[in-house]
Design a protein around this ligand. Structure first.
Ligand code: 2P0
Length: 326
């Protein structure tokens, strides 16, 4: 086996990961829980070859060097070590996210990379071990190995920090609508933002307690298929994550004016009887959580404000799959 291609979907956290305990092993401060989405994914092909004299990374047809290549090489090096392969690799990735959507793409990218690289190297890894490997590239990628609702156990070391599906085939009508608000590059990377918060935000000890409680509550809400309760927990958790950033020194925010406009629109819809909730990540875009039965009402209310083309509806999506291997 020398080459393989994998497809991985991105995920959005309902209970957020925002801080590391160990940046080499990529161990998080807290557990987290996410929904894998059907609409956004990456296809990544990895080939190990003796015809190459150095690792190559091509994303959407563009050759990438520097920091981007280094992060990929961290995962490739782990695979080479485990498989005792001493060959350079060519990594080619295509991102299937709406053009410049500014949605987190590292989750799908590193889940696809871990799966394709380990398969190309002839390793037959369990999905749990793939999630541990994906974690070494990017924290959120840990969860994208699995579909549906997924928990990442923070663990105490490399072996115990992995993701696990809570409900891989989601059998109740939860849906997520991304409101695309901004196509500019984000100003503070997730990696730097969360590190700054762990070091300087006085609310960090409270955040650890918030997440522990929210993990309990959201799992009970999932058991009950209670979309309103899931949405309420997710919205509160997202606001508290963003409060960490505001309270850091110096403080910062990922929100812009359009983010606030979208948050208010969702709150207004809910106040007027349509149950929906929002969550935001390391960028200005807003994701709305609701029951599929309310999709049309929500689209009708948000389209005049943000443009129908900027509303992307996603169902719960599948875990990482292998597309081919040679
Ligand atoms: C999450 N985010 O749980 C949180 C919420 C964004 C906000 O994980 O440093 O790209 O590579 O582990 O995974 C985005 O951060 O950061 C993220 P690294 P990552 O989805």
């Amino acid at each position: 086996m020398t080459s393989a291609t994998a497809r991985a979907h991105t995920n959005i956290a309902l209970v957020k990961y925002w801080g590391k305990r160990d940046s080499e092993l990529m161990l998080p401060q807290t557990d987290s829980l996410s929904l894998t989405l059907s609409e956004f994914y990456a296809d990544t092909r990895v080939e190990f070859s003796n015809r190459l004299d150095h690792d190559e990374l091509i994303i959407d047809g563009q050759s990438i060097n520097g920091k981007g290549l280094k992060k990929v090489q961290k995962v490739l090096d782990l695979v080479r070590k485990m498989s005792h392969i001493d060959l350079a690799a060519r990594v080619e990735s295509e991102n299937h996210v709406p053009m410049a959507a500014g949605l987190a793409s590292s989750a799908s990218a590193f889940a696809a990379l871990a799966t394709a690289a380990s398969t190309a190297a002839g390793l037959n890894m369990s999905r749990r071990d793939l999630s541990r490997l994906a974690r070494r590239g990017s924290g959120s990628a840990t969860r994208s190995i699995f579909g549906g609702l997924v928990e990442w156990h923070r663990g105490i070391d490399d072996l115990t920090s992995y993701a696990e599906p809570i409900m891989e085939e989601v059998d109740f009508p939860i849906e997520m609508m991304a409101i695309l608000l901004n196509t500019e590059q984000k100003k503070v990377s997730s990696t730097l933002g969360m590190q700054h918060v762990v070091e300087t935000s006085p609310y960090y000890p409270a955040w650890r307690e918030v997440v522990a409680a929210d993990m309990q509550k959201i799992k009970q809400a999932i058991d009950k298929h209670d979309i309103n309760e899931i949405g309420h927990i997710a919205q509160t958790n997202a606001l508290r994550m963003h409060a960490l950033n505001l309270a850091a020194d110096p403080g910062f925010t990922y929100f812009n004016d359009a983010t606030l406009k979208a948050m208010h629109a969702v709150d207004d819809l809910r106040a007027n009887g349509t149950n929906c909730y929002y969550t935001m990540d390391a960028g200005p875009n807003v994701k709305v959580i609701y029951d599929r039965a309310d999709r049309n009402k929500i689209q009708a209310a948000l389209s005049p404000l943000f443009g129908a083309d900027n509303l992307i509806v996603s169902q719960p999506g599948p875990g990482t799959v292998l597309l081919d291997q040679e």
